[in-house]
Design a binder for this molecule. Structure first.
Ligand code: FES
Ligand code: MG
Length: 592
């Protein structure tokens, strides 16, 4: 019986070897010969493989992909394919204004056009820095040609005075010490610089390590490919293997929709809790799922992920960094520990190497149970997210496992009501407003204040800023108050360990409940019931809404670029993956 998955003809042959249309074929062909490719190569029926290159001088986290691509090419050629490397729109998490996530959908759109419009039979997605991973996976999902991801790998561990310094996390910690006068500006800069000792992405369990690990948990990378540090020789070796494997995937016609199934997403949600993954993960995975036509929402994240324990002892939740995670066994060892306890929902989900995840990971060893804990001896229980709702928003997530002892004692110690807290709202309209006013004693911020950040969602601060984890005023830090409850319609860096309630949807800018909140209102959050409300009457809420609408809605800053205006007109909310709404109509476009 013929294998129905073996294509008779690769799609690139429609461009380069189509005797039914010799004129067009000649036009396509001759231009691709001019740098030395031969007719034999382009007309031999070999698959043409794209390498979607995210590395550049503007993207230091992914820059090492410029080197790794050489090994990818060699792997592609060794397996009988022809490599075509091309640039992707750069996205650098910390360097792009107003926020890198503004560009996730732009990089997505442009990659869709490239994958659809050029003669590519498969693609290697070079992932790394936070938004590069979802942007590339979203595009692969929409176009649905065979695709495999390759992480650039984390940086080596950072060290300062004999202690590990982790990307991002060290900034949040040292910033507090600077405020408290314990270190000066120069020492602050020195400590932070020590956390970036080599090429690669952030070495903490921030959004980069999270998304690269989840790309592996989804099945889109070779087993073990996420955790290898960028400078290690194994990184170049897996780049070569990845190049070889994509050619096989094209011959087998193994497509993103075969790998990234609802089952694969459920596995990834469980893995996200076990690794202590970033609060950005639900945004990006919900987005990838939408581009595949798979239903996935924040209720799924709570139902599937909340009760899963934290196993991976990496900063910000724990103590170790990327190299330690790799030496302990990386994602396969985490999956194995979950499987041993029966917590991986779908061991049969197929992955890029053609085998089920359970087969890839079931027999690997956990080489350091201090770094990757077992389910019977976890770092924390219930490490996933809860999805809160109320008159403030329809959905906002919180990682309850990062609630500190100080926070718990101050806010969650009422014996008759241990899962709820009430406080007085202090509202900031965007990060600039926060920075300008937070230290003003006249605001009367004290330990019973709940800080609110609004105007920071996908429309308000175009792309949604990572600003919800707000540091208390300096005068409170000096009194030993290191964190106040924070709630907002923006995001928060994955390298921050704050227990914020964030990604609130709908955001203030589109008329969400946060737009009706006023400083001084009392608010109540009940973690057990999963509610967050302004404590005012329905009538008062309605009259505020009427007033807001009469004033033309919530005001946010003007567009600064054409893309900001375009995206603001069509972007969905964070709970819905912040996708471009019109783009979700297009599914599997390479098959149409
Ligand atoms: Fe790029 Fe962290 S800033 S990976
Ligand atoms: Mg970030």
């Amino acid at each position: 019986m013929a294998d129905t998955k073996t294509p008779k003809k690769f799609r690139s042959q429609e461009w380069f070897d189509n005797p039914d249309n010799p004129g067009m074929t000649a036009l396509y062909l001759e231009r691709y010969l001019n740098y030395g490719l031969t007719r034999e190569e382009l007309q031999s029926g070999k698959p043409l493989i794209g390498i979607a290159q995210t590395g550049s001088d503007l993207s230091p986290c992914n820059r090492h992909h410029l080197e790794l691509a050489k090994r990818v090419r060699e792997g592609i050629v060794a397996a009988g394919g022809i490599p075509f490397e091309f640039p992707c729109h750069p996205i650098q998490e910390t360097g792009k204004r107003p926020t890198a996530s503004l560009d996730r959908n732009l990089a997505y759109l442009s990659l869709v056009e490239v994958l659809y419009g050029y003669p590519l039979d498969g693609v290697v997605l070079t992932i790394g820095c936070d938004k590069t991973t979802p942007a590339l996976l979203m595009a692969a999902a929409t176009v649905n040609i065979p695709a495999i991801a390759l992480s650039v790998g984390p940086m080596l561990n950072g060290w300062h005075k004999g202690k590990r310094t982790g990307s991002g996390t060290i900034v949040w910690e040292s910033r507090q010490r600077l405020s408290a006068g314990e270190i000066d500006y120069n020492e602050f800069m020195e400590i932070v610089a020590s956390s970036a000792p080599s090429v690669g992405y952030c070495n903490t369990m921030g959004t980069a390590t999270t998304m690269n690990s989840l790309a592996e948990a989804l099945g889109m990378q070779l087993p073990g490919a996420a955790a290898i540090p960028a400078p290690y020789r194994e990184r170049g070796q897996i780049a070569y293997e990845t190049g070889k494997r994509i050619v096989g995937m094209v011959h087998e016609d193994l497509k993103p929709s075969d790998i990234m199934t609802r089952e694969a997403f459920e596995n990834a949600i469980v893995v996200n809790s076990a690794i202590g993954g970033s609060t950005n993960a639900p945004i990006h995975l919900n987005a990838i799922a939408r581009h595949l036509g798979i239903k996935l929402d924040n209720d799924d994240w709570q139902a599937i992920g909340h009760k899963v324990p934290l196993l991976v002892n990496l900063q910000p939740a724990g103590e170790f960094l990327g190299e330690d995670f790799c030496h302990a066994g990386g994602v396969p060892a985490v999956v194995m520990e979950l499987m041993k306890a029966g917590l991986l929902p779908h061991p049969g989900a197929v992955t890029a190497n053609g085998s089920p995840i359970g087969e890839n990971c079931g027999t690997v060893e956990n080489l350091n149970p201090e770094v990757i804990r077992t389910v019977s001896d976890p770092l924390k229980k219930d490490a996933g997210f809860i999805n809160l709702k109320g008159n403030l928003f329809d959905s906002a997530i919180m990682k309850t496992s990062v609630i500190s002892k100080e926070f718990r004692e101050r806010y969650l110690s009422n014996p008759t009501d241990p899962d709820a807290f009430e406080g007085k709202a202090m509202v900031f309209d965007g990060p600039e407003d926060y920075h300008a006013r937070i230290d003003d004693p006249a605001l009367g911020i004290d330990e019973h204040t709940v800080l609110f950040m609004r105007g920071a969602g996908p429309v308000g601060y175009p792309g949604a800023a990572e600003v919800v984890n707000m540091q208390p005023p300096d005068y409170l830090i000096k009194r030993g108050v290191h964190s106040l409850p924070c709630i907002g319609d923006g995001r928060q860096s994955g390298t921050s360990g704050s227990p914020s309630i964030l990604n609130a949807s709908p955001e203030a800018a589109v008329g969400g409940g946060l737009a009706l909140l006023r400083s001084g209102d009392r608010v109540r959050v009940d973690l057990k019931k999963g509610t967050a409300d302004i404590l005012i009457s329905a009538d008062e809420l309605q009259s505020r809404r009427t007033a807001l609408e009469a004033a033309g809605g919530y005001h946010y800053p003007a567009h600064q670029t054409p893309w900001q205006e375009i995206q603001r007109g069509m972007v969905d909310q964070l709970s819905e993956g912040m996708v471009l709404k019109p783009a979700t109509k297009y599914q599997r476009v390479a098959q149409t």
